[in-house]
Design a protein around this ligand. Structure first.
Ligand SMILES: [Zn+2]
Ligand SMILES: [Zn+2]
Length: 469
């Protein structure tokens, strides 16, 4: 679907200056010998695609076959897609290119006959339709074209504001139609959704995501909460809290307003506002609300929430940087979902199933076995020791991988360059460490998740696995 119109949308709406770096995006999981595409983007200091580049990107020796040189031209965005690339050798790879005397590497690629496929997206992008920082925001067209061709994402959601009379029937129809125009499975998926604000204490700021087209949005800003909102929406919609520690829009939950895991399967743990993992985390929001509304608070209250991450960009830069306002200044977030084939329903179903994780900055891969299952599952503890194994790969060097149990870091693995392997068994008597029955859990429960921290500052948070005791 790349054509001169896409090129013009990028060049008119975000004309970048001199190239600061070349991003190289390849699928995270590929089968040996299958044809794949590799996306290149020469980005300026703010990550806008350069229109001043006449350099040639040359592949460096590596595992991929079929990579050619790419000659960029001035006045055209330095964006390209190379098709029919193959990797034959099984294992973990990165693809390198040289541009302007500097070498750049792709995200990690796992070449495997049977690893589950991973699709990356930004579930939280604002456009001019939000009427929120409109001079920095860009069009709906840019959201979808930029997500696919500039950021190399597999899927995106334009989650524009509707509350406080910020949407109307005309805007909603424009949104619905753009979502249909740019949906192009299995190459690219657009997730229908929007941002539904609620008052602080009533659930705070939430996004609604839909499995398919939604005829009209539902807004409960004035007197609703997360539960009334979820109940007023059609069945195939979920409500997802974000920046839950933001002052004024704090997102603490209670049994009275928690709508259940079928309607609220995940929480956005990180965005460009900061990380809401636990109080005092190194990347917390500016002047955060005391809560208890951090992700670990909500898990401890017995709400089984998986993790996603996005940008909440108000510069319409999916999983990227750009001219956001100064309080939206942290690393961009991404969400990884696992599915056999990409479609908007697959993205939705993976979030519903908590078969997803959140990262900041990098496409960090995790292939894990956790406590006899995988991330997102709720399992019964059989009294035996629980084994944790994970293969982790990042774009930069991995500093550490932590296993978190009920809010405590219980085991750490030091990375070996951009790869890390986790193998650990929890021998503790879970009856001694479990939280008492509360929230959604009718039995004592323990949660575990993995946290990856990289030298670049990038992080990843697996969705938790839960054991009931
Ligand atoms: Zn806003
Ligand atoms: Zn937002």
């Amino acid at each position: 679907m790349w054509d001169s119109l896409c090129e013009r949308i990028l060049a008119v709406e975000a004309p970048g200056g001199p190239v600061e770096r070349l991003t190289i995006v390849a699928p995270s999981v590929v089968r040996p010998g299958e044809a794949l595409s590799v996306r290149l983007a020469g980005l300026d200091a703010k990550a806008y695609p350069s229109v001043e580049c006449d350099g040639v990107a040359r592949p460096v020796d590596g595992p991929a076959r079929g990579l050619g040189e790419v000659a960029f031209e001035t006045r055209r965005p330095a964006v390209a897609s190379i098709e029919s690339v193959t990797i034959v050798e099984e294992g973990w790879h990165r693809i390198g290119f040289e541009l302007g005397g500097r070498e750049f590497l792709s995200n990690p690629v796992h070449c495997s006959p049977d690893a589950r496929r991973i699709f990356w997206g930004d579930p939280h992008v604002h456009t001019v339709l939000s009427r929120c920082n409109p001079t920095q925001c860009r069009s709906l067209d840019f959201c979808f074209v930029g997500a696919r061709w500039m950021s190399g994402l597999d899927w995106v959601c334009a989650a524009d504001h509707v509350s406080n009379t910020r949407s109307d029937k005309g805007k909603w129809e424009a949104q619905r139609r753009a979502v249909r125009v740019f949906d192009d499975p299995p190459h690219f998926a657009t997730l229908p959704g929007y941002e539904a604000s609620l008052q602080g204490g009533a659930g705070g700021d939430n996004n609604v995501y839909c499995r398919d087209d939604l005829e009209d949005f539902v807004d409960h800003y004035e007197e609703g909460n997360t539960r009334t909102l979820a109940e007023a929406l059609p069945e195939d919609c979920i409500v997802v809290p974000h920046h839950t520690t933001r002052p004024g829009k704090h997102g603490e939950l209670s049994d009275a307003i928690y709508p259940g895991p079928e309607r609220m399967p995940v929480v956005e743990i990180h965005s460009k506002w900061g990380t809401g993992e636990f109080p005092g985390n190194p990347n917390a929001l500016h002047k955060p609300h005391e809560g208890p509304s951090y992700a670990q608070d909500l898990l401890g209250q017995g709400y089984p929430l998986g993790f996603i991450a996005g940008t909440d960009t108000h510069a319409t830069m999916p999983s990227s940087f750009g001219d956001d306002s100064e309080h939206i200044d942290r690393l961009p977030g991404l969400t990884a979902i696992r599915a056999d084939r990409l479609s908007r329903a697959a993205v939705y179903d993976a979030m519903l199933d908590r078969d997803c994780w959140g990262t900041s900055l990098e496409r960090i891969i995790m292939e894990e076995g956790m406590a006899g299952g995988r991330m997102g599952r709720v399992l019964a503890w059989d009294g035996e020791p629980r084994a944790f194994v994970a293969q982790v790969a990042a774009e930069s060097n991995i500093v550490r991988v932590d296993i978190v149990r009920n809010g405590e870091d219980v085991h750490a693995v030091v990375g070996d360059g951009w790869r890390a392997d986790v193998a650990w068994t929890d021998e503790d008597d879970l009856a001694q460490v479990a939280f008492p029955p509360r929230g959604w859990f009718e039995r004592p429960f323990v949660y575990y998740y993995l946290r990856v921290t990289c030298a670049s500052g990038a992080q990843a948070w697996s969705s938790p696995v839960w054991l009931t005791v």
